[in-house]
Design a protein around this ligand. Sequence first.
Ligand SMILES: C[S@@+](CC[C@H](N)C(=O)[O-])C[C@H]1O[C@@H](n2cnc3c(N)ncnc32)[C@H](O)[C@@H]1O
Length: 250
Amino acid sequence: MSTVPPHSPLDGYYGEGAKRQGYVDDLFNETAKHYNTIEMLFLNGGLLYRRLSLRAAGLRPGMQVLDVAIGTAAVARGAAKIVGSEGKVFGVDPSMGMMGEARKVFRGPLTRGIAERLPFADDQFDFVTMGIALRHVSDLAATFREYLRVLKPGGKLWVLEGHVPESKFGHRLTRFVWARVIPGMTLVSTGSREAKLLMDYYWDTVEQSVQPDTIVDTLSAVGFQRPRFKVVVPGAFCEYTGTKLHRSGA
Ligand SMILES: C[S@@+](CC[C@H](N)C(=O)[O-])C[C@H]1O[C@@H](n2cnc3c(N)ncnc32)[C@H](O)[C@@H]1O
């Protein structure tokens, strides 16, 4: 299967495609200290939402979880509460700055790495999670193959992403909020041009992202069962889920 980039290159930010991952790492390293302030602009509703959504997706006490792109542990904190002391949440991320922030609120193991080449053994996790980071990988197919590899048979993938409504009006309204209002509020609340740039980059990657059908088709092509796309908060969040086949084929 050929590679499936999550969006076409945004040369205005990093010059050429080969520089994308280094650019993204630098951006997150520089803005890690502001990430929780940005979450607070949303009254930390995103943290609660992530936890409720994980529970609804089937995360249960005692499970082993890999949170890819852990960032400041917005997903991992919720997952750790659900799996409790019998379970375990592992975090992986390329940004040392983001993981430094995660370390302040999250006790589980943290490993440096990227989604496309996970530093974990086969068949290890009941759940793989990824919050608001799918647009940062170089290839959706390689990423989803890795997720399938590290999941136990019967294990589940849960991916949270930004959402752009299909209707013209919904798209325009969402663009106004994410390309104007939120970067402006970010600049005012953090005083950081880099933090504003992070939110500009967020919107551009969300708007330029491949369509949900492409993501679902790629999940299916690499071997995920029951790949699904769900809009959760129009203009804000959507979810992708899929399951690894049980050994029995069930
Ligand atoms: C917007 S933050 C999301 C953090 C957290 N998961 C959340 O839900 O808020 C995106 C994260 O993706 C990470 N990232 C960037 N490129 C990545 C890659 N190729 N593989 C895995 N994570 C990556 C960044 O370092 C950053 O911590």
